[in-house]
Ligand binder design. Sequence first.
Ligand SMILES: Cc1ncc(COP(=O)(O)O)c(C=O)c1O
Length: 441
Amino acid sequence: MTVQLKTNDLSAFFMPFSANRQFKKAPRLLASAKDMHYYTQDGRKVLDGTSGLWCVNAGHCRPRIVEAIQKQAAELDFAGTFQMGHPKAFEAASRLVNIAPKGFDHVFFTNSGSESVDTALKIAIAYHRAKGNGTKVRLIGRERGYHGVNFGGTAVGGIGNNRKQFGALVSGVDHLRHTHDLARNAFSKGEPEHGAELADDLERLVALHDASTIAAVIVEPVACSTGVLIPPKGYLKRLAAIAARHDILLIFDEVITGYGRLGTPFGTDFFDVSPDIITTAKGVTNGTIPMGAVFLKSRIFEAFMTGPESAIDIFHGYTYSGHPMAAAACLATLDTYHEELLLTRAAKLAPYWEERVHALRDLPHVIDVRNIGLIGAVEFASKPDAPGERAYNRFIKCFEKGLLVRQTGDIIALSPPLIITEQQIDELFDTFTSVLKDGDL
Ligand SMILES: Cc1ncc(COP(=O)(O)O)c(C=O)c1O
């Protein structure tokens, strides 16, 4: 029987990563947005402290991007890229390569971070096969890592709640330990001092499985969705060296750290470590039209170009890989980033940002604050009987006071659009501090 729902009934939408019943009793609905702000359905102005979901790096409804999407929708709504093409997909790929870290000369388009990750994992396995190393099929992730929600990404991901509902996932996956160590590193500014040796976990897994069975290791340069875990000094370099030694491809999942979040175009630039594959999404179109971009070094790409010219090089792709609207949005986004120097702006704001983040350290229940680039996080002591409640209550109170923050467990993450001014940073932290002062929340 079909149920007739009222237009505004909230029940039909099965909301992702949400407490559906709780939300629908007291919905938080955003109606419009401009630059640094959202406007709620009831007309309240909310400062965006999270760039939407870590994606709106240039701020909301930027005219150049809006116009490009509108124009593209009227000109060429859809064209596929399987044995066909349209100019903007190629232009977008070339422009992306121009801002990518050195050596990344090729781009595979997807529609999301999750698809970028699964694409990268498949490419890693197929690469080794093409090189005659067909036994290199295992995938290594890291505890507390987040790599989206498709099967591969969920399997290499290391967040228990994201995995437990979904069975055995993908076989042949193992995990490095995570690097979060409050006992040694609490209240670190930027990269923490202790923990580079945790990269040696990869050697442990090589000893266990043998390098001849391992295709790739995937990590986020900064693990953001799990609550902002910043890599210890030297950790990523050490991991890269071990991976290279064993011909294990290193994949940096830069779905969040890509496009200026750390004050360099990519996290790869920030940490001065060169992986083999970089996955991105989100900021590639400033969050407007779904798109992901997987960057490949030439040697990976070339491994697929060795068969007959008439043969399909990779049996992988999405109907919407390089979609015209996404390509147009990407080009206009890159123009905006370029004109406003946004890919490096976070570096200028970072010292002031750091000062304001660390001023939160003595507020009630705070057990850690940490920062890197234009990212900050506050971790609260969990209530023994209600983990997550402290951060959730503070997230709700912030929203009521006109500030959007991102809660995960008992951690609140801050990551505003890169256009934020110092005055708006003050506004953000003044509101946040006033909420955190209430220890009873
Ligand atoms: C590092 C990382 N990888 C993958 C994803 C998944 O991206 P999407 O939600 O676009 O599928 C995210 C999303 O936050 C992410 O942070």
